[in-house]
Each structure stands twice: as structure tokens, then as C-alpha cells.
Design a protein around this ligand. Structure first.
Ligand code: SAM
Length: 278
């Protein structure tokens, strides 16, 4: 059960080390949430020191997550979501965005920070179509084998795999493409891959956000668009391709879509992409 996955030590009581910031809680603090502690708020302040609009960067990414889910549910008619690195519950979450469009949509949240499970349970207590699992992207087979994942999702039908706001930029020296490939290989044609990442197109504010991440969390690297595209495993991306989050999600794009150079610098920090399995 989900309890068994709560900690690798086998305890069902998640132990939170509140003396060190975690990605989930710093992000929550930047979004204006309450599920964070002093060390996390200090971490958020480090981000704000380097990038005064860091709160808007976080919100921009979160808005992108919601719009991406809406795109997948409405346009791609996806009704199963495997949301890796889901983060703490906030104003609107994957299952809410998806179930507004299709009440039967199923969502599995996966995060390696046990605080996500603790808070997610309360939010999902009455939702039979959604569950939270504590597991790690770096051990993808454990995600695939997890009984709660298997019970909720039908792997004989398309699934949207979401790796939003965590994939590469919190895993520098490891093998993120391999982990995604393991998950992706388990999905049938018609499945989708949705990712956002910190990008490096040579702008000072992008470098600043990396600096903030290294100082507060010890990670959070920026990557070139070419490198980010490799995370998509050679798949062709849906229009408009890999692009700034603010420019993505076609249903929001009207004729006078803001040109990249007219976006605010803080809107040029995260890029999004969606690919379909042929
Ligand atoms: N996906 C959400 C969003 O975009 O709004 C949350 C993004 S938050 C910045 C990154 C999340 O990924 C955190 O909750 C963190 O705990 C989680 N995370 C980081 N590394 C992970 C890993 N190796 N496996 C699972 N989750 C991870």
C-alpha cells in the first residue's frame, strides 16, 4: 500500500528533516503556500535575492502544468496521468485540472519527498481516482511495479507521463534520460510525455536562477534547449515544440502571441514541451 512506500526505512511515519530546505517546500514557499519551514523560507529568499521575480517563475511553471494537463485532457483526450515530482498540493493540482474536464480521469502523484504524501492524502481523502505514492524517478522500475500505480492506471491504454519542473534541473550528474526511457517504454502508443525545465539560452537571469538553486538546494542546473530536447528521447514535439512556458499551450495562443523577445526576462527561464508516442 501507499503506507509501505512512505519511507525506505519501512516506517509508516514520514520523518521530515526540517533543518534543511527541500525542493518541494522551497517551491511551495515561492508559490505562497504554507507547507514549508524556516529553512525552506530561507531557501526561497535566496531565490528571491538572485531573481526578484522567482515567485512569478514558480507560478508561471505551475500555470504551465495546469494548462498542459488541460491540453492533454481536452485535446489529446488523455484520462490517465502519471505525475512524477508532483510537488505539494497547491491552488490547482493535476487531478483537479484533469477531472474538471473528465471526471473519470485518474491521476497518480509520485514524489520522493514524503511530505507530499502526508499533505496529499488529506487533499485526496475523498477522491477514488487519485493517489499519491512516495517513490523516486531515479528508480523508475519501482514506480512501474508499485501496487498503487498498477491499481490506478491501466497500462494497456495511453497515459500522460509528466515530469514537470524537476527532470533535468535537479539531476545534473546522473542519467535522467534513462529513467524517463524506462517509464516511457512501459507506455502504449498514443501516450504523452510532458516536461518543463530550466533553460539556458545565455541570459543572465537564467544563470542567476541556477546560482540561487546551487546556493539554497545544492542543485537546479540550467540546460540548453538542445539538451532539454534530448530528454524527449528523440520524439517529435507537438507544436509549438520546446518553447517558453508562457508561449506554449495552443488553445491559449491567439494571433498576436507574444514574441520571445517581448516576454519579461523571468518568463524566459522555463521551457515546456509535449510529445506523443507514435
Ligand atoms: N511538478 C510540480 C510543478 O511543476 O508544479 C512540482 C515541481 S517542484 C519544483 C519539484 C518536485 O520534484 C518536488 O516536489 C521534489 O520533491 C520532486 N522531486 C525531485 N527529485 C525527485 C525524484 N528524483 N523523484 C521524485 N520526485 C522528485
Amino acid at each position: 500500500t501507499t503506507d509501505g512506500a512512505t519511507s525506505s526505512a519501512g516506517s509508516t511515519k514520514p520523518a521530515f528533516d526540517i533543518s534543511q530546505p527541500t525542493i518541494a517546500r522551497v517551491y511551495d514557499a515561492l508559490l505562497g503556500g504554507k507547507d514549508n519551514f524556516e529553512a525552506d523560507r530561507l531557501g526561497a529568499q535566496t531565490y528571491l535575492k538572485y531573481v526578484p521575480d522567482a515567485g512569478r517563475v514558480a507560478q508561471d511553471n505551475r500555470d504551465g502544468l495546469v494548462k498542459g494537463v488541460q491540453y492533454l485532457a481536452r485535446k489529446a483526450r488523455i484520462d490517465q496521468f502519471l505525475d512524477i515530482g508532483s510537488g505539494l498540493p497547491t491552488v490547482k493540482n493535476t487531478h483537479e485540472a484533469a477531472q474538471e474536464i473528465n471526471p473519470a480521469a485518474k491521476v497518480v502523484y509520485v514524489d520522493n519527498d514524503p511530505i507530499v504524501l502526508a499533505h496529499g492524502r488529506a487533499l485526496l481523502a475523498t477522491n477514488d481516482s487519485t493517489t499519491v505514492v512516495t517513490a523516486d524517478l531515479r528508480r523508475p522500475q519501482e514506480i512501474l511495479d508499485h501496487p498503487d500505480v498498477r491499481n490506478m492506471l491501466d497500462f494497456d491504454r495511453p497515459i500522460a507521463l509528466m515530469v514537470v519542473g524537476l527532470h533535468m534541473h535537479f539531476h545534473d550528474d546522473e542519467q535522467p534520460d534513462e529513467w524517463v526511457r524506462t517509464l516511457w517504454d512501459a507506455l502504449v502508443p498514443g501516450s504523452y510525455l510532458f516536461m518543463t525545465d530550466f533553460v539556458d539560452t545565455g541570459e543572465p537571469l537564467q544563470k542567476a536562477i541556477e546560482q540561487a538553486g546551487l546556493e539554497s538546494l545544492g542543485n537546479g542546473w540550467i540546460r540548453t534547449p538542445e539538451r532539454i530536447k534530448q530528454h524527449f528521447l528523440g520524439l517529435e514535439l507537438e507544436p509549438p515544440g520546446l518553447d517558453f512556458v508562457a508561449r506554449w499551450f495552443p488553445e491559449d495562443l491567439d494571433a498576436d502571441l507574444t514574441a520571445p523577445e517581448r516576454l519579461e526576462p523571468w518568463q524566459r527561464i522555463m521551457m515546456a514541451g509535449i510529445a506523443r508516442k507514435p
